[in-house]
Write a protein that binds this ligand. Structure first.
Ligand code: NAD
Length: 360
């Protein structure tokens, strides 16, 4: 198979971790007989330095012409970098918002996995973390409270702020379909999270999710109120497979879920549109404090590449090979600095990439 991939190395550790992800993808290509066509584009600070803007139309065009986008991370030190003296629409992060919009990426996927070997980093009690967990948070990304009408007014000398939470059934249906499709590739369970005891938007969410579920009789659907879900994530995270939820709930729950893994350098993510196209990137930022030192953990980006193979190319076997390589490297005791623990061997970013590629 020929895979056309646009790469955004970005800023800070971005170029280092993307290079290692490509190394692992190349090993996959050799083993399984695929051809990878990479085209790099500039975004964020790297684009500002060359073009004066964080994202050019040319770059968007290149991204659109690919099957998927693999990104490192963008942005610099927000207190010292000259990029943050620019107006907000010209700062690095505007590039990311711009490309998400241009590519119509409405579904955000964030896995939260606790690896047995890294259980020590989990802040939960041992009796809870011992069971491990492997969940996927599917968050609606372009609707809801963050995109509704808002205003601040003054009424009779009292300041009043209004935000509007709106969802129509089409917005709910398309993300629900994504959620059920992803569950089919996993343990076939969807937990739809809402606040249907209070909000109309949640009651519609629940109805539409139930309608979509009729087309997926092999997937178990349960509903959970968001406040309960926040508790269950720390009480019994092993119960979750796919958590399907709206924008603001997903924003909060996905951060909570990633915190309970305790390892920021291990967390992948994806943003999808209604085709097979997706943008895949680590959940962490560009870590300018450790850039250029060959100490960054490339695993989150490597796992993002695995998600890309699974969800944009339906190459499940190849994605499994990457996931197994990660487990095998951890089992063998290799660690980058951020996940280092006693008795393990500390390796740099490039060596970690080599070790992963060798295990494909
Ligand atoms: P960060 O995630 O970059 O770093 C937080 C801490 O985690 C730092 O100590 C860093 O060294 C460490 N860290 C992060 N990734 C690591 C890795 N792979 N290996 C080892 N250690 C790692 O968050 P921040 O410092 O708040 O942000 C830095 C920049 O990244 C900012 O400009 C921010 O806007 C940007 N950012 C970009 C994205 C994105 O591109 N999607 C996301 C978040 C932050």
């Amino acid at each position: 198979m020929e895979l056309r991939i646009t790469c955004i190395p970005g800023d800070g550790i971005g170029p280092e971790i993307v290079a290692e992800a490509k190394k692992v993808l190349d090993a996959v290509a050799v083993k399984y007989g695929h051809v990878m066509h990479y085209t790099d584009i500039l975004m964020g600070g790297a684009s500002i330095d060359v073009h004066g803007v964080p994202l050019t139309e040319e770059a968007v065009k290149t991204a659109k012409s690919a099957d998927a986008v693999l990104m490192g991370s963008i942005g610099g030190d927000t207190t010292t970098s000259p990029w943050y003296k620019l107006p907000p629409n010209l700062r690095p992060e505007a590039g990311l918002l711009g490309i998400r919009k241009a590519l119509n990426l409405f579904a955000n996927l964030r896995p939260a996995v606790l690896y047995e070997e890294l259980a020590g980093a989990c802040p939960l009690k041992e009796e809870i973390s011992a069971a491990g967990f492997d969940m996927m948070i599917m968050r609606e990304l372009t609707g809801g409270l963050y995109f509704g009408e808002r205003k601040t007014v003054e009424e009779n000398g009292i300041r009043k702020a209004i935000d509007t939470l709106t969802y129509d059934e089409n917005e709910i249906r398309r993300i629900a379909i994504k959620g059920f499709d992803i569950a089919r590739k996993r343990r076939k369970k969807v937990t739809s999270v809402d606040k249907a005891n209070v909000l109309d938007s949640s009651r519609l969410w629940r109805k539409v999710v139930e309608e979509v579920a009729e087309d997926y009789p092999d997937v178990t659907l349960e509903h959970m109120l968001v406040d309960n879900c926040a508790m269950q994530l720390v009480k019994d995270p092993a119960q979750f497979d796919v958590i399907l939820t709206e924008n603001m709930f997903g924003d909060i729950l996905s951060d909570e879920a990633s915190m309970v893994t305790g390892s920021i350098g291990m967390l992948a993510s994806a943003s999808l549109n209604d085709t097979k196209f997706g943008l895949y990137e680590p959940s962490h930022g560009s870590a300018p404090d450790i850039a250029g030192q060959d100490i960054a953990n490339p695993i989150a980006t490597v796992l993002s590449a695995s998600m890309m193979l699974r969800y944009s190319f339906d190459l499940d076997q190849e994605a499994d090979a990457i996931d197994h390589a990660v487990k095998s490297v951890l089992q063998a005791g290799y660690r980058t600095a951020d996940i280092m623990s006693e008795g393990c061997e500390r390796v740099g970013c490039r060596r970690m990439g080599d070790l992963l590629a060798e295990r494909i």
